[in-house]
Design a protein around this ligand. Sequence first.
Ligand SMILES: NC(=O)c1ccc[n+]([C@@H]2O[C@H](COP(=O)([O-])OP(=O)(O)OC[C@H]3O[C@@H](n4cnc5c(N)ncnc54)[C@H](OP(=O)(O)O)[C@@H]3O)[C@@H](O)[C@H]2O)c1
Length: 314
Amino acid sequence: MKTLPLGNTGENVSALCLGVLYYGNRIGKDQSYHLMDRYADAGGTFFDTANIYSHWIEGFKGGESETVLGQWMADRANRARMFVASKVGFAYPGVEAGLRAEQIVTECEKSLQRLQTDVIDLYYAHVDDRTTPLEETLEAFDRLVWTGKVRYLGASNFLAWRLEKARLLSRAHEWMEYCCIQQRYTYLRPKPGATFGAQISANDDLLDYVASEGVTLLAYSPLLNGAYTRADRGFPGQYLGPDSDARLVALRAVAGETGATANQVIYAWMIQSAPSPIIPLMAASDDAQMTENLGALEVTLSGTQMARLDEAGA
Ligand SMILES: NC(=O)c1ccc[n+]([C@@H]2O[C@H](COP(=O)([O-])OP(=O)(O)OC[C@H]3O[C@@H](n4cnc5c(N)ncnc54)[C@H](OP(=O)(O)O)[C@@H]3O)[C@@H](O)[C@H]2O)c1
């Protein structure tokens, strides 16, 4: 599978990262194994999970996604070839929200056990914690790096200025810096002032920041739960702004010209984004979705098509 650099780490990771949020919970073990096999057969090695996935689904308490990924890697004996990302910071049953040092250490140990591994390749602060001093959080993360439990650090759901503040602080202390940022990001732009609870959408400020600093943006919820192609899924109201019609017209026109689906064009538009490619968090619940989504790697958008997509509704 095509790879892209992960920030300034020198590491290259799969251009489509497989989000396994629903694996091992809403999607049962057999189907989860099958979909992870398909991704791996296509050369994919980059997996995204979190300690809390997916406690909000009835019958589950969190951790099941890490568990099925860990079990799959053990059964397939492929851990050494895979690049595994997990996260800490949101609450789930028995665990409070936050990024205090003790929470980071304890949750990391639990994630390592569930993943059946000695090291997490990329460990994210899942959400900013404005009540804990940044120094406490960053020092705790750095300690995980030098004790060998974590290789790289990422942030998620941070405002650009908080990310910059954290990175400067880490640099000053010679601690490992966040190399990437995982935010909500799709082709439609949120209306001005739109909010998503604790989730933070990548805005122009953040896009400019990551491009300038060599920080990688990873995009979650890129397909808006399938809304671009499925009549049964409406677009969240936050995305129905003054430019949304123009954006959808451009998206569908480019899809028609390339013979690709709108979903594939969105992934391809992110991966080909210049100067800083964006890595989409790909989710697939069945074979048809996996086939379509992996097919995005075969889609090449021309410079003109990229510009039309970028500028639509501007
Ligand atoms: N950092 C964070 O705060 C955060 C937040 C959310 C997600 N994430 C990560 O990002 C990953 C992706 O997020 P997401 O699930 O919200 O992504 P999404 O791209 O918005 O939606 C994925 C969903 O869309 C449907 N879908 C997928 N491919 C499709 C296709 N080709 N055609 C039609 N429908 C399709 C499936 O829904 P059905 O299963 O209903 O068919 C799938 O579960 C997660 O797995 C997780 O790892 C991170």
